[in-house]
Design a binder for this molecule. Structure first.
Ligand code: HEC
Length: 160
């Protein structure tokens, strides 16, 4: 009996340690993957000066281009709503630009699962971002326009 308890405690410790490793790996992958640049407000602008508790909650500013309008989603809410396999299937299916889908899809299953576990570790926070819009639809939010512009001949330097 005592032995069984000791064995079960050991299993629990090992599982917890493995989970902590996954979370750490996920944190690393998100950091080197540049995910916060789009999915965290003010991250790029401040050189990353956003507390981890406020990261990856999405930004309600759209990216408008030939694909319509996409919004950098609240990754923490989506992860909280999906179990791990459903989340993996969603990521493997891909979606709209400028999300770097190919970068995520190049990750091994083990790496992607680590990203999911990191998002679950952060837990749900923030609000849902707006749903994507089809090309030509009115855009009721602020948005960046991803349309190449013709070269200019006038200087764009700010007036002094
Ligand atoms: C250039 C901006 C940009 C970067 C960088 C970026 N994303 Fe995204 N991401 C988006 C946009 C826009 C969408 C919405 C795409 C759509 O509607 O199909 C999205 C959607 C997603 C989704 C699916 C939606 C959801 O709610 O879960 C996941 C998962 C995701 N991104 C994870 C990541 C991860 C992980 C990284 C870093 C490796 C990353 N993204 C980097 C812009 C970006």
């Amino acid at each position: 009996m005592k032995r069984t308890t000791a064995f079960l405690s050991l299993c629990l410790v090992m599982t917890t340690a493995a989970h902590a490793d996954d979370v750490e790996r996920g944190r690393y992958l998100v950091s080197v993957g540049g995910c916060n640049d789009c999915h965290t407000a003010q991250f790029a602008e401040t050189g990353g000066q956003v507390p981890e508790t406020q990261r990856l909650v999405g930004v309600p500013v759209g990216f408008s281009g030939p694909w319509g309008v996409s919004y950098p989603a609240n990754l923490r809410l989506t992860a909280a709503r999906h179990d791990e396999d459903a989340w993996m299937a969603r990521v493997r299916a891909g979606g709209l630009p400028p999300m770097p889908w190919t970068a995520l899809q190049a990750m091994t299953d083990a790496d992607l699962r680590s990203v999911y576990r990191y998002l679950r570790h952060l837990g749900p926070a923030g609000d849902e971002t707006p749903a994507a819009l089809p090309p030509g639809a009115p855009i009721p939010t602020p948005h960046f326009v991803f349309v190449p512009q013709a070269p200019t001949t006038v200087s764009m330097a700010a007036p002094r």
